[in-house]
Design a protein around this ligand. Sequence first.
Ligand SMILES: *[C@@H]1O[C@H](CO)[C@@H](O)[C@H](O)[C@H]1NC(C)=O
Ligand SMILES: *[C@@H]1O[C@H](CO)[C@@H](O)[C@H](O)[C@H]1NC(C)=O
Ligand SMILES: *[C@@H]1O[C@H](CO)[C@@H](O)[C@H](O)[C@H]1NC(C)=O
Length: 261
Amino acid sequence: MKKCLEYTLLLIISSLHGLALSFTGSLQQRIIGGQEVEPYSIKYQASIQYNNYHYCGGTLIHRQWVVTASEFTFIDKELNTPMVLSEHNLSSKEGVEQVFNVSKVLVNYMYSYRTFDSDIMLLKLEKPAELNANIQPAVLPTSLAPLQGGTVCTVSGWGVTQVYSYYLSPVLRAVDVQIIPQCQYYYYYRITNNMVCAGSPLGGKDSCQGDSGGPLICNGYFEGIVSWGISCANKHFPGVYTKVRNYVSWINWIIDNDSTS
Ligand SMILES: *[C@@H]1O[C@H](CO)[C@@H](O)[C@H](O)[C@H]1NC(C)=O
Ligand SMILES: *[C@@H]1O[C@H](CO)[C@@H](O)[C@H](O)[C@H]1NC(C)=O
Ligand SMILES: *[C@@H]1O[C@H](CO)[C@@H](O)[C@H](O)[C@H]1NC(C)=O
């Protein structure tokens, strides 16, 4: 199951949104197994919206570029899919949000919608974000040493807070998960070298629908993009993330090529 909100589901969410927020307000479990973050403390977190509703997460990596998952191919510069930075509570205008239209959409040339391999996409903001105390880019990985199993990472988003729920969290939440080695064992060889798994050995902690495209940060580096998984927070099926370190040269190449053009 993709961790993306399906389009039809989005329409349902859109029409139920007021209702949704009142329900989520009373649930205790968030992202799944996480908690509300200190407002604006995840300075690189982006909310990609559609018709004014949160659709997917993204990660600011440069004043004018956001990384998300390729699966959101509906994102088009012709569509009004604004990108919001410095966001915390989706249902209130806090006055510190920065909103951008997208001027370029670049899906990785290796992306496969059947295997979800290379699930990474770059979005160029129409104008550069103003960096401030709430908005700072995430740091791309520099090391090529493999991520060790058990490394503690943090994933954040406005995704659903319970398995099978359709209700987004109104406020940004985060949960700590661990890198799970030997993920092939769980997913029968569907894990490529461009994916990394993270979860909790006991289950109960995970990203889920609506978190897709958002950041997994390990030891201060942007190591993963919420991509896919079977169900959510199930100990037998860790969350699967795009392995960002495999795309650092692609990202840098795109940004460099763009600024010289
Ligand atoms: C989010 O903002 C709405 C509207 O201002 C408010 O009613 C709600 O309590 C806020 N939610 C949280 C969890 O702070
Ligand atoms: C995005 O583009 C639409 C359509 O051109 C425009 O109405 C809107 O004001 C733009 N939003 C921002 C944040 O620039
Ligand atoms: C690289 O820059 C050239 C020249 O401006 C442009 O035509 C091309 O589309 C760019 N390539 C990518 C992948 O952005």
